[in-house]
Design a protein around this ligand. Structure first.
Ligand code: NAD
Ligand code: TYD
Length: 349
């Protein structure tokens, strides 16, 4: 094998697309997927790569120092693509400690293990940290986040991710660990856990349940199809300048309410409902505390240095996403049973 790569959080939404891309595209890389399988991790996301000879799954917690140290000795990784995280803002408002443990302590554990493993030879080593645009805080009506925008995280989730970004840079600066950081906007696509806006609303429309729009619905996000995100990570991983940061975005801003109206129209067509059926489910609910008004990414560095651009138009990506969820109702009902029901009752009571 030419490389041995640890992917953390590979059973989650973005992680499973990352694992699939790396396993299929690079048969001479050994891909080790390390995941705790929290409520958000699902090995059913990876059934198609399960039997591949260059793929191994290890169940474990990045917060567990002994376990991480053993895994690093066992495989002698030359690179890490770190995606494991608690990732939902609303959960971070209810349970910030879990975010601090996994996103901060877990990241530092991995950095520490990499530092120990690579202490005699840093040649060809890489710690790739997958982060979010939310570390930059919230924008007003205008402006874009660049790689030079000061950090100003506003939620426990974004604060924990910002902290982990700082630790990655500090290990680069202090111990010369070669690193890359990417900060991406909101992802959407197949296999996203239905607590995030799009899969939640697709699920609720199918079940004729209310669509809980926070506040006045005039909050703006930039949306990128998940496969375009993992293609960008692959490109940066192989060709990015070491110890640099790259913003990744779709150049595709939507106000929540406009996006929800578009989704409702499309769902009516797919479900053969009379026009306007899904829109009637829209229910304005209490706003998220500290809700960030607008995120928007300037991805020009990635475009100009590495010639990256999203491959899909948003309407194509949305269409593919809807079709995937409609064809995978079993996946959806599996992941919405159990613990998630408790979360749902608590969040939307
Ligand atoms: P996700 O919640 O779908 O998946 C997270 C995965 O990490 C799950 O498989 C979970 O089991 C695993 N995990 C959680 N805690 C763990 C622990 N302590 N030890 C080992 N594994 C653990 O998240 P996602 O949406 O796929 O996000 C992946 C990464 O991308 C995160 O770091 C997130 O901050 C970042 N990101 C996400 C988005 C987005 O829109 N979803 C955008 C930009 C960046
Ligand atoms: P979300 O998918 O949670 O991503 P993030 O908060 O990380 O951007 O939410 C996207 C937007 O949708 C955000 O402005 C909050 C809003 N939202 C709702 O209006 N209702 C909901 O039930 C959820 C989950 C989100």
């Amino acid at each position: 094998m030419k490389r041995t790569i640890l992917i953390t959080g590979g059973a989650g939404f973005i992680g499973s697309h990352m694992v699939r891309l790396m396993v299929n595209k690079y048969p001479n890389y050994l891909i080790v997927n390390l995941d705790k399988l929290t409520y958000a991790g699902n090995l059913k996301n990876l059934l198609d790569v399960e039997g591949c000879s260059n793929y191994i799954f290890e169940k474990g917690d990045i917060v567990n120092t002994d376990f991480i140290s053993k895994i690093f000795s066992k495989y002698n990784f030359d690179s890490i693509i770190h995606l494991a995280a608690e990732s939902h803002v609303d959960r971070s408002i209810h349970s910030p400690m879990e975010f601090i443990m996994t996103n901060i302590i877990g990241t530092v554990n991995l950095l520490h293990a990499a530092k120990n493993l690579w202490k005699d030879n840093l040649e060809g080593k890489l710690f790739f940290h997958v982060s979010t645009d939310e570390v930059y805080g919230s924008l007003g009506q205008t402006g874009l986040f660049t790689e030079l925008t000061s950090y100003d995280p506003q939620s426990p989730y974004s604060s924990s991710k910002a902290s982990s970004d700082h630790f990655v840079r500090s290990y680069g600066n202090t111990y010369n660990i070669p690193y890359l950081i990417s900060n991406c906007s909101n992802n959407y696509g197949p296999n996203q856990f239905p607590e995030k806006l799009l899969p939640l609303f697709i699920n609720n429309i199918q079940e004729s349940k209310p669509l809980p729009v926070y506040g006045d619905g005039n909050f703006t996000r930039d949306w990128l199809y998940v496969e375009d995100h993992v293609k960008a990570i692959d490109l940066i991983f192989h060709s990015g300048k070491i110890n640099e940061t790259y913003n990744i975005g779709g150049c595709n801003e939507w106000k929540n309410i406009d996006l929800i109206n578009l989704l409702c129209k499309k769902m009516d067509v797919h479900l053969n409902n009379p026009a306007g059926t899904s829109e009637k489910l829209i229910t304005y609910v209490k706003d998220r505390p500290g809700h960030d008004k607008r995120y928007a990414i300037d991805a020009s560095k990635l475009q100009s240095e590495l010639s990256w651009k999203p491959s899909l138009q948003f309407e194509q990506g949305l269409e593919k996403t809807i079709v995937w969820y409609l064809n995978n109702y079993e996946w959806l009902s599996d992941v919405t049973s159990g613990e998630y029901q408790n979360y749902y009752e608590q969040q939307y009571k």
